[in-house]
Design a protein. Sequence first.
Lengths: 240, 195
Amino acid sequence: MTPHLDIAAYLLGRLEPGERASFEQHLASCPECRLQHLELSPVVELLMLAAPRVEVPQGLEARTLLAVERAARQEEPARTAVPVRRRSLLPRRLVFGLAPAVALAALALAFVLGRQAAGDESPGTAELEAVLVRPDGGVVAASARVVKTGIGRVISFRSEELPILPTGEYYELWFVGPGDTPRRPNRISAGTFHPDEQGRSHVTFAAAVDPAKYPVLSVTAEPGDGNPRPAGLDVLRSRP
Amino acid sequence: MSLAQSHVELEEAQLVARVAAGDRGDPLVELYGRYGRPLYGLGLRLLGDRGSAEELVQETFLRLWRGSGSFDPQRGSVRSFIYTIAHRAAIDFRRRTSSRPLVALQAGEPGEERWAAGDSPEEPLETLIVSLEVREALEGLSSKHREVIDLHYREDLTQAQIAERLELPLGTVKTRTYHALRALRTTLDERSLLG
């Protein structure tokens, strides 16, 4: 076995006394190991300073991004305060592809959402905690939490101010698997919903989908044509 | 700061510039990925409880977003910008709850370990930040690398004992430990922590 690799244990003070003496002999005659010694001793010194490991609360990322989004909505009225019409005369796809201001207005979340999510530490293990964003702009728009319980999986989904859809259309939440494309969808529906009059939604679905196999969540706007296949483009999507 | 900005510093400066330009998506997510956990650790350390630590993370990102337009990469790194914001926010929080002493984490709280020796509430901020960033660098190692490093420096085990514990040949433990230190060096160097 090459003696060079012992440099690590040597610096970490983990060689037996005998090993240590023979490594020091080797070190004296090996320029390569002396270079390693020079490069790695500050690493070991810093290592000794390492702060203890800390568990960051679940959902803190989502709550932090939501807090910024909420502030942005309040503080940048010129950019975000275009009211969403209750019933748009425009075709659905146009609504989502329209002006950034409308798009922005469609988004954003109440701080309540974060607070409630914080209190949502319901029994069971959270398997997936996702922030859903617009596929183009990347602005935070909704959050979802999948909890495995004794009897299945419960998905808690919240959003603020999703645009109200024309009558007959609805939003649908999907679990998306690998290789999903509009032509060859690989996704399973978690359920459908309508936001309330303010565009808010807080819905709970029960599902049997394993988020390990379908790790991405997406929301589409679907025509009420009775066809169960996904027809709408992703309005919101979580990051894998 | 040094004249030559590191690759990481340039990248982070670009992220902040994008936030300043109104992008609240990817760049904030990216910055959270880099600083979220150390900031939470900083909050625990400076404010003493999880709720306040969480508030500190949120407040820091809010102020980062608001202040992103005033960030000038000529005057300092994003790293120092963010930690300066967080430190000021922590001071504001402490003023708000004026009776709250500056406390360290109590031992024995579930999910957390005690802070290392040299533990002192008055430790300089920079030392504290470095300790949090070294922890973050450790968290960025592959799990195999982190495991051997953790066993080396937290549990008083010899290489042979580690090999036994992990049911690995001694040679593998040696190789892994060596490569773990090299990987850690790369990360620490990128973050300009190696002096």
